[in-house]
Design a protein around this ligand. Sequence first.
Ligand SMILES: C[S@@+](CC[C@H](N)C(=O)[O-])C[C@H]1O[C@@H](n2cnc3c(N)ncnc32)[C@H](O)[C@@H]1O
Length: 326
Amino acid sequence: MKIKATGPLTVAEYMKEVLTNPIKGYYMHHDMLGEHGDFITSPEISQVFGELIGVWCISEWMSGGKSKSLKLVELGPGKGSLMDDILRVFSQFQHLLNSCDISVHLVEVSPKLSEIQATKLTGSIIETKYDDDSSAYKNGVTKCGLPISWYHDVQDVPEGYTFFIAHEFFDALPIHKLQKTSDGWREMLIDIDPEIPHKLRFVLGSSNSILATLIQADEQRDHVELSPNAAVIIQKLASQINTFGGAALIADYGHSGDKTDTFRGFRAHRLHNVLVDPGTADLTADVDFSFLKSMIGNTVASLGPITQQDFLKNMGIDLRMKVFLI
Ligand SMILES: C[S@@+](CC[C@H](N)C(=O)[O-])C[C@H]1O[C@@H](n2cnc3c(N)ncnc32)[C@H](O)[C@@H]1O
């Protein structure tokens, strides 16, 4: 184990190792979504969720001046259900969109989930490419005839007028945990308990002055969770939207800079101790939307957060559900 070899890990290093290690990472080689998995998400519960996001994309595209080309980028697409539902709405609005050159781009780190996405969205298995020349590791054509590509990192996605969609993606990104002490902010680390072999425990590390610069001077909490990874990604989205146009929709469990310890695990739909049997449970931390907003400053306009219920109501979920009931 890495801790034995190199010493205590930051929580961010631990999350990265547990979730996305290429060999043993939780996300990499199995399907954890759904009734028989560890957790379920809105797109897996109802097609209406993705359909309404499809409506949001089309309404943004229209109010943004009907750009001649549109990249639809999803971060962490899971089983591909959300994108499938969005694309079905796009097909229904073909008469509006036929002058627009649309392409689909999925940012997915998991080989297993990318296979499931390819089967769902293209109807076929797509081989993974291992050459270094292309930023995309899979390319294909969706069932509705749009070009689709897969990337490991959002930095690799080609630029242009883009709608970015991220549903339960930011909460899977590694966080650092910082504790306020009489000596200033110190980072929580994960170490092996010297009393009990194989048992992990949290310990207080030394001060981390670089991370501490990300904490607001007037911070009232004595414990904060910070994701520099999330900061880099949100800044990429903002700078691309600023340069080429488009929008981003980020839906997640989150807060506005008022929660403290939200780091938790889920296994078989139950809360699971994050330090027990790493790699067998999902690890997640609520997204700090105020942090994301502070990281983009005035690069682009940002709205929200609002509750998922309000968003879906604004997009017409009540009307859509009535159609189901008739
Ligand atoms: C909690 S699942 C959500 C899946 C889907 N959006 C949904 O709502 O059903 C997180 C998704 O993000 C992917 N993921 C996690 N960390 C990632 C990373 N660092 N880069 C790219 N994808 C990542 C996972 O493989 C998975 O597809």
